[in-house]
Design a protein around this ligand. Structure first.
Ligand code: BG6
Ligand code: MG
Length: 219
């Protein structure tokens, strides 16, 4: 029986994925590194330090840990500044409607994001009211594809993984949900999230009505 929902943030609730891209691109240009949308795709759902390591490796650059942290901090400052432009109009289409319906129907809802900036993003969207539990990059140490962030959310909601549906736009996020024994809804193309239990191209299609019909015997 499904009693709760756990949502990834970036690329599911709002399109911060684009702002992450812009901030990494800005940093890469300053450092003289190559960085494009293809490399950016590998960063979806991946923690900040893992992300900079992927970009560094892509450029065959040797950078010591201290400098790498400095560069990641620099990117984060650019990213955090760009979050100021987010308003309550910036939910991905369908996301706020779904969160509202979950409230109306009494489901428990948690955030399960790898981001350490989720507080700021939720504040900009005025989305805190839709969540019973906030799990983010500050809540656990092992990031996706480890299931820890979703297990944290489920535990705080007082639910078992098999009572929760996880929404994810990242390959590593769907891996994490499956590793934890959750039902996974993938948002995005088949090549990225085709291994989820159910997949939709965008949040617009991933309504509660659709979820109930796809996971029919679980409601
Ligand atoms: C994830 C994003 O939600 O959060 C990643 O998909 C990002 O792209 C990660 O790197 C960490 O975010 P932050 O805000 O802590 O740098
Ligand atoms: Mg995401």
């Amino acid at each position: 029986m499904i009693k709760g929902f756990i949502f990834d943030l970036d690329g599911v609730i709002t399109d911060t994925a684009e702002l992450h891209f812009q901030a990494w691109k800005n940093l890469a240009d300053q450092v003289g590194w190559n960085f494009d949308r293809e490399v950016n795709e590998k960063l979806r759902g991946v923690s900040r330090m893992d992300s900079i390591n992927i970009i560094r490796a892509h450029n065959n650059a040797e950078v010591d840990q201290e400098e790498l942290i400095e560069l990641a901090n620099k990117k984060n400052a650019i990213y955090v500044e760009s979050l100021n432009q987010i308003t309550p109009d910036d939910y991905l289409e369908g996301a706020e409607g779904l969160l509202k319906n979950l409230r109306v129907e009494g489901f428990l809802v948690a955030l399960g994001s790898a981001s350490k900036n989720s507080t700021k993003v939720l504040q900009q969207l005025q989305a805190n009211k839709y969540f019973d539990v906030i799990g983010d990059g500050n809540s656990v140490s092992k990031s996706k594809p480890a299931p820890d962030i979703f297990l944290y959310g489920a535990e705080k909601l007082g639910l078992k993984p098999e009572q929760c549906i996880v929404y994810e736009d990242a390959e590593s996020g769907v891996d994490a949900a499956k590793a934890g024994g959750f039902y996974a809804v993938g948002i995005g193309p088949k090549e990225r999230v085709g291994h989820a239990d159910v997949r939709f191209d965008t949040m617009k299609e991933a309504t509660l009505f659709e979820i109930k019909s796809k996971f029919n015997d679980l409601f």
